[in-house]
Design a protein around this ligand. Structure first.
Ligand code: F6P
Length: 530
């Protein structure tokens, strides 16, 4: 057996958690323990997690930690790092941690080093101008053509590390929406553009359609004989790449033991390498590797991904929270929420447990968010005064990259101010004391904030390739811990297959105009397309 198959609701800790108070008053918890911030914080290198502003007593934290033990989390972590086939439904190992490892004992290490060397050499050749386009011009633009895990990781990291940008401009084409493709290519000079087709399977409709459209456009402008100088590919499906006509020297292999949504550390990161240079890419991997070791070695109570996962389970399974917001106080991290949507929701959006039985409890939560302070002027109203309990991760950096202290102090004061306001709220007395005259009384109820809204504060010294590597790895391990405790398989994604199949057969009906049997709604919409 590769992973434990324990129904968490049958554990002693789950039952005790069910009977624990859900009415924890965070303010009262602070009042009863003047060391609370210290007791409920973890520092790891340049990372500091403060989880004291949560509805969580020492007793509940202890029960959650016991739950992890009872679900054999330690053994599961070991199984993942040891390369057992923990992705049982696809018969695969799960080794995204190996491709960012710097340890000789790592599974397939020679191959990993060889692939890194290939990424490094290629990146250096493009950046130095040694590798040129077919008309002898230096490359100025890179276009990554991929979707899902072959897009969201690179797009998020390239944006996050824009400060460390190389001379190349990197663009992304993902959606099969033809307007999207045309909007990207209309600005490009094909003679100075390198296209990277990224698809683990090389069968994905969106990516192949986009790649073919771009290939046609390129051939018309520069000639099909020049494709070999302008197209690279990343995939496990080497024969399909060959059929597409890509120069074998520009082919970067991937392996089935790395899931698409966990693949930015692999050759899928080619666009990241080109965007920020290989050295920065390697620092990204090093950061992730450091977090891997923290996750693997630290006791659960001092283990950032484990604690974050347990808190999430506390709200998801014992408070009925359905969603979790991620709010980075950095515009550089604007794509982090959408990246995490795939990573978390594709992994843990499952309702059948590892024994093949339907679960009787909640699993994967809904992830959403946006950057602060913008989101304060968009959805924070609902978090402060709405009816839903929404735990939030606040992510911030001590230092700004351009050292603009004036702005950064304002940003940080909002970052901290929001978590304090969510905790404390504003009482009726406070509202009345602030009122200038008695006619304000009518609006008093609308100005009351209940507070007691849970937040995690993740404070990082500085936004660097290494700290971004740590941050992503932290969330990846959080996903794993949740999946283990929920007793689900986090590394397959059968749920996206049905829609893909349906789109294929509907495409035929749309193109031919001959509509088959459907429900009346589908049929009438199809008819309206005619
Ligand atoms: O959305 C489903 C999915 O299979 C993802 O898991 C994957 O990241 C994406 O499609 C793209 O797949 P590929 O890299 O094979 O084109």
């Amino acid at each position: 057996m590769t992973l434990p198959k324990i129904n968490p609701t049958t554990t002693e800790s789950w039952k005790l958690l069910e009977n624990s108070s859900k009415e924890e008053d965070i303010k009262a918890l602070f009042e009863s323990n003047f060391k609370r911030a210290e007791d409920f914080s973890i520092s790891f290198q340049d990372f500091h997690l403060d989880f004291s502003k949560n509805m969580i007593s020492k007793n509940v934290m202890g029960l959650l930690l016991n739950l992890a033990e009872e679900c054999h989390l330690k053994k599961a972590i070991q199984s993942q790092f040891d390369g057992l086939e923990i992705n049982e439904t696809e018969g695969r190992k799960v080794l995204h941690t190996a491709i960012r490892s710097f340890e000789n004992s790592t599974h397939n290490y020679n191959q990993i080093l060889e692939d890194r060397k290939k990424l490094k050499d290629f990146t250096q050749k493009v950046l130095s101008g040694e590798l040129k386009g077919s008309t002898g011009k230096t490359f100025t633009d890179i276009v990554n053509i991929g979707i899902g895990g072959s897009d969201l990781g690179p797009v998020m990291v390239v944006e996050a590390l824009k400060f460390y940008k190389s001379s190349l401009n990197v663009h992304f084409i993902s959606n099969v929406d033809g307007d999207h493709v045309n909007e990207v290519i209309k600005t490009l000079n094909p003679e100075t553009t390198l296209f990277i087709v990224v698809s683990k399977t090389f069968t994905t409709q969106e990516t192949l359609s986009n790649a073919n459209t771009v290939k046609k456009w390129f051939s018309k402008k520069v000639g099909s004989e020049n494709i070999k100088n302008h197209f690279a590919a990343v995939s496990t499906n080497l024969s399909a790449i060959e059929d597409f006509g890509i120069n074998p020297e520009f082919v970067f292999p991937m392996y089935d033991y790395v899931g698409g949504r966990f693949s930015l550390w692999s050759t899928v990161g080619l666009s990241i390498c080109l965007a920020i240079g290989y050295e920065n890419f390697e620092n990204l991997l090093k950061g992730a590797h450091k977090m891997d070791n923290h996750f693997k070695n630290e006791p659960f109570e001092k283990n950032i991904p484990v604690v974050l996962a347990l808190l999430s389970i506390w709200y998801n399974n014992f408070h009925g929270s359905e969603t979790h917001a991620v709010v980075p106080y950095s515009e550089y991290l604007k794509y982090l929420p959408s990246y995490l949507q795939q990573a978390i929701m594709e992994s843990n959006g499952k309702s059948v447990d590892r024994n093949g039985k339907k679960v009787s409890y909640q699993t994967g939560n809904i992830i959403w968010g946006s950057t602060g302070t913008n989101s304060q002027h968009a959805f924070f109203q609902l978090i402060h005064q709405g009816t839903k309990l929404i735990p939030c991760d606040f992510i911030g950096f001590k230092k700004s990259l351009f050292q603009n202290e004036d702005h950064h102090n304002k940003l940080l004061s909002n970052f901290i101010g929001q978590t304090e306001a969510l905790l404390n709220g504003k009482s009726r007395e406070e509202v009345i004391n602030e009122s200038k005259n008695s006619s304000d009384e009518k609006i008093t109820p609308f100005k009351i904030f209940n507070g007691n809204k849970p937040t995690n504060t993740i404070l990082i010294n500085k936004l660097t390739p290494e700290s971004i590597g740590k941050l992503i790895s932290m969330y990846e391990h959080k996903i794993f811990v949740e999946g283990i405790i929920w007793n689900i398989f986090s590394y397959d994604q059968w749920g996206v297959e049905l829609g893909k199949k349906m789109a294929k057969s509907l495409l035929h009906e749309i193109e031919s105009g001959s509509i088959k049997e459907h429900d009346s709604s589908t049929k009438s919409i199809l008819k309206k397309l005619k």
